[in-house]
Design a protein around this ligand. Structure first.
Ligand SMILES: [Zn+2]
Length: 286
């Protein structure tokens, strides 16, 4: 029997919110033709204005959503974080996360502001886009601050959908050697090195994985599905896995982010934890 999406509440732990002009350039990047001039593999389905994005999520039973964005060059993080603060104040369902650039001179003071003054839940670090190693010493002051305040870091640090020299389990474990007890969410369940990242959950009790883009139906990107976590894995780690979608930057229907999970043979309680309870707990949502 398939369990229906309408039987659940959701917190989407992996949504992106950028200022509209920056979203437009990101969408143009995703939609550019490949080197042979073939049409994009990644036509963005939800090129919505900010308010429409929020409405879409609320209409889809999402009670809370993260605001992940990231700086891809120097001098941009302040602007993004100020925008995120304004957005989050206007939308009570937003779960605000900041961004940081390792070369910005004011990065410590700025992260201190978003944590202490704005009460952001943490920061998002996108190793694939930002091009630095997770354990980069330039980030130590920021990492220490996040740790001391008990806040969160979401890392895109896996080798999916493609890799650079900074991503992967090997580099991430160097970070964990420095900060074994940091509160961390690894995006995309660490794909494609799922098993290695799941093994880390046994040793690091403040480590969580998000399901973003992993349990979409098999006909979407079929080449990626061979080794994704199975029912047994999800049941074993049911209290450490968070539902995420990557909305709005997805080339398929939003419901696809739930379908793969709903079709698996999982107890309802496991789904409730993944869809809602785990995020409610760690983000301290009332
Ligand atoms: Zn994402």
């Amino acid at each position: 029997m398939t369990i229906l999406s309408k039987n659940f509440k959701f917190i989407d732990s992996h949504c992106h919110f950028f200022p509209p002009t920056i979203f437009k350039s990101i969408w143009n990047f995703f939609e550019r033709p490949d080197e042979q001039g073939n049409a994009t593999q990644w036509p963005i389905k939800y090129k919505l204005e900010t308010e429409e994005q929020v409405k879409f999520l609320l209409d889809n039973d999402v009670q809370g959503f993260t605001t992940y964005n990231y700086a891809h060059k120097a001098g941009m993080a302040d602007y993004l974080n100020e925008w995120t603060n304004g957005f989050s104040r206007a939308h009570k369902n937003a779960i605000p996360f900041g961004c940081v650039w390792p070369e910005d001179e004011n990065r410590y003071e700025h992260v201190r502001k978003i944590i202490d003054d704005y009460n952001f839940k943490g920061i998002k670090i996108h190793i694939l886009v930002q091009d630095f190693y997770p354990a980069d010493n330039r980030m130590d002051d920021v990492y220490d601050l996040i740790f001391n305040r008990g806040k969160w870091i979401c890392f895109h640090v896996g080798t999916a959908p493609y890799r650079n020299k900074y991503v992967g389990h090997k580099h991430f474990t160097k970070f964990l050697e420095k900060y074994p007890e940091m509160n961390i969410i690894v995006a995309h369940m660490g794909g494609f090195e799922y098993q290695k990242f799941m093994d880390l959950l046994n040793k690091h009790e403040n480590l969580y994985l998000d399901t973003t883009m992993i349990f979409i139906p098999d006909n979407i990107f079929p080449e990626r599905h061979s080794k994704r976590p199975n029912e047994e894995d999800l049941i074993t780690y049911h209290d450490r896995i968070l539902y995420g979608s990557d909305f709005p930057n997805i080339p398929y229907d939003y419901q696809c982010s739930r379908e793969g999970l709903l079709k698996m043979d999982l107890p309802k309680k496991v789904l409730e934890n993944i869809f809602y309870n785990n995020a409610k707990k760690i983000f301290e949502i009332k």
